[in-house]
Design a protein around this ligand. Sequence first.
Ligand code: CA
Length: 648
Amino acid sequence: MRCRLLALLLLLCLLCPPGAPAAAEAAPSPLFVQKVENLPEDFIFGMDASSVLAEEASGVIYRDAEGHPADVFRVLADAGITHIRVRVWNDPYDSKGHGYGGGNCDIDTAVEIGRRAAACGLGLIVDFHYSDFWADPGKQMVPKAWAGMTIEQKTEAVYEYTRSCLEQLKDAGVEVAMVQTGNETNQLLCGEKTWFNIQYLMQAGARATREVFPSALVALHFANPEREGAYATYARKMDYYQVDYDVFATSYYPYWHGTLDNLAAVLTEISETYGKKVMVMETSYAWTPEDSDFFGNTVGDGGAIVKDYPFTVQGQANCIRNITDTLVSRVPGAIGVVYWEGAWISVGTSSWEENHEKWETFGSGWASSYAAGYDPADAGKYYGGCAVDNQALFDPSGLPLDSLQVFRLLREGNAVPVAPDALEEVSLVCDLALPVVLPDTVNAVMNDNSRQPIPVVWNFTPEQEAAMRASGPAQYEILGQAGGMEAHAWVSMVYYNYLENNSFEEGDRAWTFTDLAHADELYVEDKKTDSLTGTKHAHFWSAARDSVEFTLEQRVEALPAGRYSFSVSIMGGDAGDQEIYAYVKEGDEIQASAPMSISAYGAWDTGLIPAFEHTEGAELTVGVYVRCQGAGSGAWGKIDDAKLNAVP
Ligand code: CA
């Protein structure tokens, strides 16, 4: 027993030698990192590592850069991380003691994480959710034990709970640097929905923190900085109620949370107006679109997300670097950035079944089935694994990604040659009637996040092209090679229409009406039921006989030489004696025409000129001539859907 204890102590000492120099003799990093100027010595680089114990229990082995098993907290410290953040749920267990998942992060978990972090010289940020499970802008459920309490009782409960938790941390020798009195509290907290009540709970948490850790910072944490005016409102409410806090913290997930410019502006306003410290309390970015644990991720390929960096290790590092630089160079009072769950990786690579067993047993997925009783609407339906394994800073084998070193490297910068890191996809619209011409270059996203065109070689045969042109409108993916990477071109084969505003959806733009007989009405009308395509069309009507005669034309600029067809459609009524035709003019000379006629409402007639030659530089105009005597009195009609297509 004693031997085993000694061996354990020895192992701990080896893993975390006290006062060991950070990153001794680290191998040169391949990461491009632009130095962040004027970075304060005490700037916080935090890592939320709440799931680490559940991950380790599930068999995850974290490694150092050489691939040797290592204490994850030592690996993080060596990479320049200064603080560990841990969430605390009151009671993330069902009545039989089964964990809800998400790391089963109760105070015991937090104490153990805090102890291990402290052993590696890392400070602790404690993130009280004041809930038994996930609290976020959409849900802030009251803990089971506090259900039904009055606000006075709940306030006392928050105070007692916070004090008790912090004392347990203190007794364990953990130095708490910061305490969050709530997580993403956008006007919801612990089942309360009014600031009037919420502020009591925040005050209670702050009071307990000041008593147990007088030097710790008290942070409030909000989400959605992109919502106009939201943060100014929150800060004003906090000021109005004189809520005790030091740090106004925000989540900032670049896919959803607006631009860095907006982030800087919003945080600067709060810092300058209220004299508060500000920080990014959660952020992350994907290094790959791929999932690795058989449970879908919050971001991947596709979806309506903003993607300012490629999903590569370098893109992930550039994102972290630019958030840091924005805070340091543009936001007064900014004190740090915390990366969210950078060590939450797959618990296995074999199968969903095997991972599911671990998620259920050790709480290493975002939610287990046991959470259903507490959170039936969300966890109860969608429980499973990790949804952010592709945003971690470790690969699925527990090896740190090069991007983890960005925290250490951005103090001095890391100069490596500028080189392609990813390729932008190419999107082309090609005319079925014409040869498919793929570009000679594609845009590369360089490791410094600049864009440069680089040569590309497409895997594209004449047989492939012929098949694409023969099969009608469709989209194709063509692959190629550029800069040692696979290039993608998405080619849409279409019957390309060389007319502008061909369906009059933009009014009469690009079209000219010439009224030759004083029609009463001659304009573009917005009426879907009378349109052939879209919702608009060219409309004419006249009350008197012999007052409908006009042309409707479009001058076609810069059309390549070749063979083309032109068509346009008409319908109407009361036309009487009529002369109507579609035409193609070169200069003032009509080169070709096709007759059309008006019969009845809804009976569209198309005038088609099947082929004409166009020579480069010739003045080409296409149009329709309409003259109607009127059957009884005047005539009326609609013109729509003009097409100028190349002819093979
Ligand atoms: Ca996943």
